[in-house]
Design a protein around this ligand. Structure first.
Ligand code: ZN
Ligand code: ZN
Length: 406
């Protein structure tokens, strides 16, 4: 019988030497007895999620970890974001990320409409009730965020943004980015849609009462990041495995959903620093009874990396580690511990630095690595591999691989 596979993705865990930590990385400084034990018992290495020096986004990084070539299937963030908030997208749809924003005297004065929290349900309903020449869907996300989908034959995604990406300037007219008539059509539709959204939103009671209270009205939808929903061969079909994902952030959920995985919601998994790590581990362990492959994404390290907060990152890593005993009892399965990209404190953004990778399981060839961190894993038996190969390695180890040839 084949074993199961658990891929534990600590978002943004990799780092560079940090001055404040006297030239060590947060993983080197953090006390991680459980992860270190995994390194001792497992096989270790470094992983370039996409390729050496290529800086992954969380979306392209997870595509690679699921064994897809992101250069082939990635068409922009919009489609994945849309899938992440639960919109049924179909290949060929055009997706945009959107903000409720504030337009005053022809100028965008707040790209987030005062970080509007209430009333966006009503505003979304009004937008979706608009008369428009093609089928479309608008779905609100958290606060001012949302996603717009155009559904029609013959639409291109090569169009410029409406969002000027700064305040104090007018919004942009979307322009086709090629001579293709499909792009020209999408640009025209998007410009029409924007004008209509202004009409519908400006007079909406939610905005009228916001203005009466001296708050910024959410009176325009600024679209950006157009992308065609790609065809992605479903993972269960490609691998023959029953697959699930647990992720706090919609973008990663969207990638997994588009890959045909079941997405499991965990109460308390917020995608923030306050996320309930224990609840996530417990649910992942539970899911291993039902699924052949479970991917878990936990975001915290990425947040402290973006904020440039070394101590916070160290503390979050220690929390990730301290709850790991919950996974005891999964010894017959294969578990990989790694990340989707590095988010180094000195960079305050993602980087192309490789990630430490440890695989534990019944038949792994142990090596001499005794600590889970960027510097120690270099000496491990996996050497250095690409994220796109990781699932194959795990499928081979766990008995889910298929022979190539006779
Ligand atoms: Zn990430
Ligand atoms: Zn990030």
């Amino acid at each position: 019988m084949a074993s199961g596979i658990l891929m534990m993705i600590y978002d943004g865990i990799g780092d560079r030497p940090v001055k404040e930590l006297r030239g060590r990385t947060p993983l080197e400084v953090a006390k991680t007895p459980n992860l270190d034990r995994m390194a001792c018992e497992g096989i270790n290495g470094l992983m370039d999620t996409i390729a050496p020096g290529i800086i992954p986004g969380s979306d392209t990084g997870h595509l690679a970890l699921l064994g897809y070539d992101p250069f082939e299937v990635y068409t922009g963030r919009g489609p994945f974001e849309a899938a992440g908030i639960g919109i049924e997208v179909e290949p060929g749809d055009i997706a945009f990320r959107c903000n409720f924003s504030t337009l005053e005297k022809g100028v965008i004065t707040d790209r987030r409409a005062g970080r509007i929290k209430e009333g966006t349900d009503e505003l979304s309903r009004a937008v979706n009730g608009m008369d428009f020449e093609i089928e479309f869907m608008f779905e609100k996300g958290v606060e001012h965020r949302g996603v717009l989908i155009f559904k029609d034959q013959g639409l291109g995604s090569g169009v410029g943004d409406i969002d000027p990406h700064k305040e104090g300037v007018p919004y942009l007219e979307s322009k086709p980015l090629s001579h293709d008539s499909k792009d020209a059509r999408t640009a025209r539709l998007l410009n029409d849609f924007t004008l209509k959204s202004i009409e519908v939103l400006s007079e909406h009671p939610v905005n009228i009462s916001r203005m009466e209270r001296g708050e910024k009205p959410a009176n325009i939808l600024l679209a950006r990041g157009s992308g065609t929903v790609p065809y992605i061969r479903p993972l269960p079909e490609r691998t023959g495995m029953k697959c699930a994902a647990i992720a706090g952030i919609p973008l990663v959920r969207g990638v997994c959903r588009m890959a045909g995985m079941d997405v499991i919601q965990v109460e308390g998994a917020t995608g923030g620093m306050d996320t309930d790590i224990g609840a996530i581990y417990r649910r992942a362990k539970e899911a291993m009874k039902e699924y052949d492959f479970v991917l878990v994404n936990i975001k915290g390290c990425d947040i402290s990396g973006h904020d440039g907060l070394a101590r916070e990152k160290v503390e979050f890593i220690e929390r990730l580690d301290s709850e790991l005993k919950i996974l005891e009892g999964l010894e017959q399965h294969y578990i990989a511990f790694t990340g989707d990209h590095s988010t180094p404190v000195p960079v305050k953004d993602h980087s192309g630095d490789p990630l430490p990778l440890t695989i534990v399981g019944p038949q792994v060839l142990r090596d001499d690595v005794t600590s889970y961190d960027e510097r120690s894993c270099v000496r491990g038996g996996l050497s250095r591999l690409r994220g796109q190969d990781l699932l194959n390695v795990l499928m081979d180890l766990s008995g889910h691989g298929e022979k190539f040839g006779a």
